[in-house]
Design a protein around this ligand. Structure first.
Ligand SMILES: [Zn+2]
Length: 551
């Protein structure tokens, strides 16, 4: 006699138990559109009233093992209406089969704006109509409620009326429209149908649990240990709370943790700022990161079965890992606090390493609407004359770089090499990078055409041998064109020229690290060191924003 073997199958809408033979039982449980619901973002509350978000911990997994010391439960849905308890520490091994890939639509998008901004949306519709293109609105983002407060991250994306099945075709179309009309045109991807497949969890106890598309797990007590075998080899993580395994691309699986927002933030704050920073700086960073996290809900990973990834792209999430007590305190003491603007929406709380003496207006860093709470401000200490006060001209930037650094960032005593810097770039070092922006011949001239309020170059002209020139907009593109400059707040001078008149190098003398918008992390450190409270720090960098207790 073999051991009694149970096959439990989670699939359609009703619960039914069928005896296949005396030794094998099939239990079928399920939910309509269980997979699709994973792609619709929701901030939900866990059993203790803590807001949680689905965070991907592994992608591309071929096999996934789940274990917990005191055993685990396999659940039919996130709500856990039907569950199978598997006592003992052995856990289960999950594999996927009968896979079909998901489908995506690739829309060519010509504008985006908050969903309530009818004025600018209408203007864009008219503009593209006059160009001879019909555009249709597509919605992204979400509205969600937390303790009675409704938050709205919805945006409208205006797209050409027919999507492409292939990314490549959409990109080609977008590039041709961008060139023709000198407008920003991009590809907006939507999920047409999610990937599907069968998941099988085998337990040593002779029990097999099956489900279509998705399977939820939780530890009976304590944390869940997840081990994944995939492209990156074998990886393990301890997860607090509940998680699910779902089908991903090409027959692989995705492991997702329904993580508490406050736990996620501990990881973010630890990754973002020196743990040695004074309390007020850590708290200011915690509020900025919380606001940013909640403002992104529904805008990122719209075609993934989770809303936030654990990579640097979104959040540096390490699961149930121990972090410095000071970091945990900074998150706890600001629990539920966010920054909102006059319109009641969450502020896009950008932050960066070092401003270089002055922060930047958001619309100068990215082609986006002017944000009233993201105006550039001086980061120089009180009483220090601000050379940029009457405009960030070439001469003003020179005066800033020539004067001793008396910024709040300098007062921190940290990040010294990012405060002021000088680098040289030879033609050979930057050739590949310049090629990407269309410079195919040796560079003979670099001219800053436009600077933002912080002194950052936001538009430059590159002249190549033979005389033709290329204009480049955007601080990040400018930094990348010269092989990862710390910031675009620089003065550039050519070195001695060769026989053809090509400079042997370009010297960049600059200040700061990053885009310069919003909170200056090193400046926040310096302000806290000099006694400012976190509310003061936040209102210095996010002028006019309101600190709101969301939960
Ligand atoms: Zn991400």
């Amino acid at each position: 006699m073999g051991t009694r073997h149970f096959v439990i199958h989670f699939a359609i809408c009703a619960l039914c138990v069928t005896a296949l033979d005396s030794n094998v039982w099939a239990v079928t449980v399920g939910h309509q559109d269980r997979a699709r619901s994973l792609y619709q973002v929701v901030v939900s509350l866990d059993g203790q009233g803590n807001p949680v978000l689905p965070v991907s911990v592994y992608k591309g997994a071929k096999r996934v093992q789940l274990r917990a010391k005191g055993g685990l439960r396999v659940l039919s849905t996130g709500g856990g209406t039907v569950s199978v308890s598997l006592p003992g520490p052995e856990g289960v091994m999950v594999t996927a089969s009968e896979h079909t890939d998901g489908q995506r639509d690739h829309w060519v998008a010509v504008a985006r704006a908050p969903a309530n901004d009818m004025m600018s949306l209408r203007r864009e519709v008219q503009r593209w109509k006059s160009f001879g293109h019909k555009v249709v609105p597509r919605g992204v983002g979400a509205t969600y409620g937390l303790k009675g407060r409704v938050l709205d991250t919805r945006r409208t994306v205006l797209c050409l009326d027919q999507p492409f099945a292939e990314m490549r075709s959409a990109r080609i179309k977008a590039a041709s429209l961008a060139a023709k009309y000198s407008r920003q045109v991009f590809v907006h991807v939507e999920l047409a149908s999610p990937p599907a497949g069968k998941l099988t969890a085998d337990a040593r106890a002779g029990v097999t649990v099956q489900a279509d598309d998705v399977m939820w797990f939780e530890a009976i007590e304590g944390t869940l240990e997840v081990t994944s075998w995939g492209r990156k080899g074998k990886q393990s993580m301890l997860l607090p709370g509940r998680g699910y395994v779902t089908v991903g691309a090409k027959g692989t699986m995705v492991v997702v943790n329904e993580a508490r927002i406050e736990t996620l933030l501990e990881g973010v704050v630890a990754a973002e700022i020196f743990a040695s920073a004074p309390r007020a700086a850590l708290r200011a960073q915690a509020v900025a990161a919380r606001t940013d996290l909640l403002a992104k809900v529904g805008l990122r990973h719209r075609t993934d079965p989770f809303s936030i990834c654990s990579d640097v792209h979104c959040q540096a999430y390490k699961g149930a890992k121990r972090l410095p007590a000071k970091i945990i305190e900074a998150v706890k003491s600001t629990r539920g606090q966010v920054l909102t603007g006059a319109d009641g929406r969450l502020v896009d709380t950008f932050y960066h390493a070092v401003s270089g003496g002055h922060t930047e207006n958001n619309e100068n860093a990215w082609r986006m609407r002017t944000h009233p709470n993201l105006r550039g401000v001086s980061d120089l200490r009180p009483g220090v004359p601000n050379p940029l006060a009457n405009g960030a001209t070439q001469a003003a930037v020179k005066a800033l770089l020539d004067s001793p650094d008396r910024s709040y960032a300098a007062a921190s005593g940290r990040n010294k090499r990012a405060l002021r810097w000088t680098v040289k770039r030879t033609p050979k070092e930057i050739r590949k990078h310049l090629q990407k922006v269309g410079v195919t011949r040796p560079l003979t001239g670099v001219q800053v055409l436009k600077r933002g309020v912080s002194g950052r170059a936001i538009e430059i002209e590159l002249t190549q041998l033979g005389g033709s020139s290329i204009r480049l907009w955007g601080e990040l593109r400018i930094r990348r064109a010269f092989r990862a400059l710390k910031s675009s707040l620089f003065l550039v001078t050519p070195g001695p020229k060769d026989r053809k008149g090509v400079p042997r190098w370009w010297q960049f003398r600059g200040a700061g690290y990053g885009h310069g918008v919003g909170l200056d992390q090193t400046g926040a450190y310096g302000r806290a060191k000099l006694g400012q409270k976190y509310r003061e720090i936040l209102s210095a960098y996010y002028r006019g924003a309101r600190l709101e207790q969301l939960y």
